[in-house]
Design a protein. Structure first.
Length: 320
């Protein structure tokens, strides 16, 4: 019995030692040594190329168009996006009116609304017909995207989608035109030019960048237009729930910038890849606390490891 007690104490001591040995928090009197790293990678709190907050009734509206190559015969009877049709979720993956706030659950609008504590309204306009492009699905995606724009140009008034002036980084003014379409998603059923699932541009190149519409509005390859190309059929999963993180991630490149892993070295020099909206790989859907901090959605207080602190659920309390 005595021997048992001693070994129990020994095990207990070992556990205590292990816990205090692993410090991912801040030691006493820790100085903010990672802050300079933030400054290098992220000069200012807020959205770099897209508004992080749309205040006073303003909103950012994304022009959304669905496209398919004529010869697309991959998963032809997929119930979520049958070939030669709009996806069944075309009118439900994003809010279309600011009056819908907080927006239906699982929509892109609800995602940004929730992450921003109700300060960022991102809605969409859905082009009502599927655009079919007669070309090989492997051709350069910028050429394919340009064909989509040419095919819809005559029926769309693109000046209607220019409601923001975004002349430079961290400069976004609502209710002011800059002659650039604010934001566009070209959402492909399958595009086989590359292996990415999405990219934060349209691939437009000189002399077709910007693309100038019949109305004289301009669509930039990227910046100041928030331009995004999506490949939904990757992994043969055509649900928008599966691609919601991808849609948000590509938009995130305009909020955060072109890079990844914005929380570079917060834990003893270890990058925190795998958590957050903007890791280079294996990210999650939710913005992590650092990402929220960079957009001005949360602040933080240092809690030292010798100070007891109880935390509530992060996503609902916004406290982590
Ligand atoms: Zn990315």
């Amino acid at each position: 019995m005595k021997q048992f007690l001693i070994s129990l104490i020994f095990i207990y001591a070992n556990i205590i030692y292990s816990q205090s040995d692993y410090q991912c928090g801040m030691p006493p009197n820790y100085q903010e040594t990672y802050q300079p790293g933030y400054q290098v990678n992220y000069p200012q709190i807020g959205g770099q190329f897209a508004p992080a907050k749309t205040l006073n009734g303003a909103y950012l509206r994304i022009f959304c168009v669905f496209a398919q190559f004529q010869g697309d015969n991959k998963d032809p009877n997929d119930p979520n996006w049958p070939v030669n049709q709009m996806p069944v979720w075309a009118n439900s993956f994003i809010g279309t009116n600011i009056n819908q706030a907080p927006y239906p659950i699982n929509t892109l609008s609800n995602y940004f609304y929730q992450m921003s504590n109700g300060t960022n309204h991102i809605i969409g306009y859905i082009h009502p017909t599927l655009i079919t492009v007669n070309a090989p699905s492997t051709q350069y995606y910028g050429t394919s995207n340009r064909t989509v724009l040419q095919q819809i140009d005559a029926t769309v008034n693109f000046t209607y989608f220019d409601q923001w002036s975004m002349p430079g980084t961290y400069q976004q003014t609502p209710n002011q035109q800059d002659n650039y379409v604010d934001a566009i998603y070209i959402i492909w059923r399958n595009i086989d030019y590359d292996t990415w699932g999405g990219i934060a541009n349209l691939g437009l190149t000189y002399p077709n960048n910007p693309y100038i519409t019949n109305d004289g509005a301009r669509i930039a390859d990227r910046i100041p237009t928030i331009s995004m190309t999506l490949d939904i059929g990757g992994k043969s999963d055509y649900t928008f729930q599966n691609k919601l993180g991808l849609l948000a991630h590509e938009y995130g490149h305009y909020l955060f910038g072109a890079g990844h892993n914005f929380e570079l070295a917060a834990c003893s020099g270890t990058a925190q890849r795998g958590l957050g909206l903007m890791p280079a790989w294996a990210g999650s859907l939710a913005m992590n606390p650092h990402e929220k901090f960079l957009l001005g959605y949360t602040t933080y207080t240092d809690v030292f490891y010798d100070t007891p602190k109880t935390l509530a659920d992060y996503q609902t309390s916004h406290i982590s």
